[in-house]
Design a protein around this ligand. Structure first.
Ligand code: SF4
Ligand code: SF4
Length: 665
């Protein structure tokens, strides 16, 4: 394009298109800035490297979710962006007195590398286009349920991207046909295409050049209107994301309530700026909805729709609870499957619990869930049991803190563990195993009170804070540092949320401590049932706190179950004897399927035909196992009800501690 008027026109058009794009993004940013300032210190570089460049979330997705296609498009696009940037730097280097380095061996390597990497982009986009079209055809013929939503803009986006890639190669081929050079063979694809072209005149080359850049201008101008805007917004969203554990909810302070005269979120602008920005990063991929147990059980909750509705409420100024619907908000089990699955780091659970907080404060929470909150407030026990936290200890000789016992571990029993008959069996088994292995432990007995987990997740933030402060002062009185518990919900709250209340604790699940005792030879390993045992990973253990190996290691086998088959296969390759002791269900490890108890759902009314536990039990029974092992008292209660309906007493439901005790008596 040297020596023509095209250059200034090109620069002018580029500036114009970038300005149009910036203006549209600014219009969106106005809505993000309505939110409150963020209350955390982000790790921008670390997050961008992990989640944008490393595509950590997409890499961990199931291939069926389109992850390989997305990775091809992303890394292909990234390489084209890098190639263009290097070319621009080399071209303008002489302006600041530097040498144009686009020559010699570097140039040959550059050409071959980026020419081939560009194929990734073109193939990825073609794959996306084919996948979307095929899905739409299948849905229209009634042979598939809609998983991918589409409108004309999605096809337009993919069309523009495909044309951008194809015309890029066409331009390269035209340049080779126009001005052949001896080194052109290094541009593998371009050289191959040029072989099909007749000689290209200078004017034909100019037309090809403008044709390619017309697609580039279209891409820049329309980007903020299309789903692909996530490619920009997700970078900013990742840079500002909170580096807190999945199981941690942000604290509401009394000062904040006094200043705003409100608890939680009524209007979208009450969220943080980051939460509002993250809504715009949503690409409507539907991964969150695909994994949502409430949606899967037929409830109205649809996390993808929740995100879209809150974004809409932010633009319109409508109340969030009315836009999303209270029914949907109360259906969430806070299982975090959606948060785990979301490639752009949207924290659906924060969004939902913040509105619940407002509903509870406004007195708009009723039924059995509200009864639980009243019971918890008056008795310190989620089922309203007065005292009775020491009944299970009778005859076991369990040491109590108040009696001056010296201990390494506080055995935190939990409301269910102390009083629910089935959970009490687990509690007793844990206590006897700890005694047998010579572990120094003690219990709080009637000085223990609910951690406040169900209150916090139901939205009663200050009831939770009261429980946390009271329990933290008891921990301080007895110098508690290490805690072991058989309840993943207690584990999560004590580990991830009590730090803000002065209790910095090392908290372990019973399967973690017991697996270590097996490993050290203090206990014999558990044995699977004849006919096979399957295992239900609890959400708050495997996904929220990343503990999925220890429940398997109790059987004395080396395993690696971070939720992906790939991890298990890697572990098996590294250690040929390694395998899971269970007949594994489809959803396991971090990708486990919720039983429906979390988020205080355990205490809320449930339509008999919409129980998440029914779906989970079906999946567990499909393994053909004769026994279902659990590691959470809440899961046990939920699965037990469904299992009785489906299989009567034929299939045994048992906690891993009981399994281990059987092998040690
Ligand atoms: S936390 Fe679980 S139940 Fe709630 S929206 Fe997400 S996937 Fe659905
Ligand atoms: S919230 Fe995340 S997972 Fe859900 S549709 Fe949007 S981008 Fe996909």
């Amino acid at each position: 394009m040297e020596g023509t008027a095209a250059k200034p026109v090109f620069y002018l058009l580029t500036l114009l298109c970038l300005s149009v794009m910036a203006w549209q993004l600014y219009r969106r940013a106005v809505h993000w800035l309505k939110g409150k300032p963020i209350g955390w210190k982000p790790d921008p570089w670390g997050s961008v490297i992990r989640y944008v460049l490393g595509q950590k979330k997409v890499q961990g997705s199931r291939p069926q979710s389109g992850a390989p296609m997305h990775l091809a498009i992303f890394y292909g696009f990234l390489s084209l962006f890098l190639a263009t940037t290097l070319l621009a730097i080399a071209t303008y280097a002489p302006v600041v007195g530097l040498r144009n380095f686009h020559e010699g061996t570097y140039y040959l390597v550059y050409e071959t590398t980026f020419d081939l990497l560009g194929l990734l982009f073109v193939l990825g986009v073609a794959w996306a286009l084919g996948r979307r079209s095929l899905h739409d055809v299948q849905v229209s013929r009634g042979i598939a349920h809609r998983v991918i939503t589409s409108d004309w803009r999605d096809y337009a986006t993919l069309g523009i991207l495909l044309m951008l890639g194809l015309t890029g190669y066409g331009l390269e081929a035209a340049r080779i046909a126009n001005q052949p050079q001896t080194w052109d063979t290094v541009s593998v694809v371009g050289f191959w295409l040029a072989g099909f072209m007749p000689p290209v005149s200078d004017s034909a080359y100019v037309v090809t050049w403008w044709f390619h850049y017309a697609w580039f201008f279209a891409f820049v101008v329309f980007l903020p209107q299309m789903r692909i805007r996530h490619s920009l917004i997700a970078i900013v969203s990742a840079a500002g994301s909170p580096e807190r554990p999945l199981g941690h909810l942000e604290r509401v302070t009394v000062e904040e309530v006094e200043a705003t005269e409100r608890v939680g979120v009524a209007l979208a602008e009450h969220y943080s700026r980051w939460h509002l920005l993250s809504l715009d990063a949503c690409m409507s991929c539907g991964r969150c909805t695909e994994v949502c147990p409430a949606h899967g059980a037929g409830k109205v909750l649809n996390p993808k729709q929740v995100v879209a509705d809150i974004a809409g409420a932010n633009r319109s100024g409508a109340l969030v609870a009315e836009t999303v619907s209270e029914e949907a908000l109360w259906a969430c089990t806070t299982c975090n499957a959606c948060v785990e699955a979301c490639p752009v780091l949207i924290r659906h659970v924060d969004l939902i619990v913040d509105v619940r907080r407002n509903l509870v404060a406004e007195g708009r929470f009723s039924g059995t869930g509200a009864t639980m909150l009243r019971q918890l407030g008056s008795t310190g026990h989620a089922w309203g049991v007065q005292g009775g936290r020491e009944d299970w200890m009778q005859g076991l000789g369990v040491p109590l803190c108040r009696e001056g016992a010296q201990f390494e571990y506080l055995f935190w029993v939990g409301c269910a563990g102390a009083t629910d008959p089935a959970a009490v069996r687990t509690t007793k088994a844990v206590a006897r195993l700890l005694q047998k292995a010579g572990v120094s432990f003690a219990c709080l007995g009637n000085e223990e009170a609910c951690t406040g987990d169900p209150a916090r997740r139901a939205g009663d933030e200050f009831l939770f804070q009261g429980q946390a402060e009271a329990n933290a002062s008891v921990f301080e009185r007895y110098g508690v540092r290490k805690v072991v518990t058989a309840c993943p919900h207690c584990l999560n709250t004590l580990l991830n949320e009590y730090g803000e209340f002065g209790a910095t604790l090392e908290v372990e699940h019973h399967t973690q401590l017991l697996a270590r005792l097996v490993q050290e030879g203090a206990l014999a390993p558990a044995q699977g049932a004849i006919g096979g045992t399957t295992f239900h990973d609890p959400c708050y253990l495997a996904r929220v706190n990343g503990v999925s190996d220890p429940p398997r290691a109790i059987f004395g086998e080396a395993t690696s179950m971070d939720g992906s088959d790939a991890a298990l296969l890697r572990a098996m390759a590294a250690e040929p004897g390694a395998r899971s002791p269970f007949l594994e269900p489809e959803h396991r490890g971090r990708k486990t399927l919720c039983c429906g108890a979390g988020g205080a759902r355990m205490w809320m009314e449930e339509e008999p035909n919409q129980r998440p536990a029914d779906r989970r039990v079906d999946e567990l029974l499909a393994t053909t196992a004769q026994e279902i092992a659990v590691a959470c008292p809440f899961c046990r209660i939920m699965l037990d009800a469904s299992l009785k309906q489906k299989a009567g007493d034929e299939i045994r439901l048992v906690d891993l501690a009981e399994k281990l005790e059987e092998a040690n008596t």
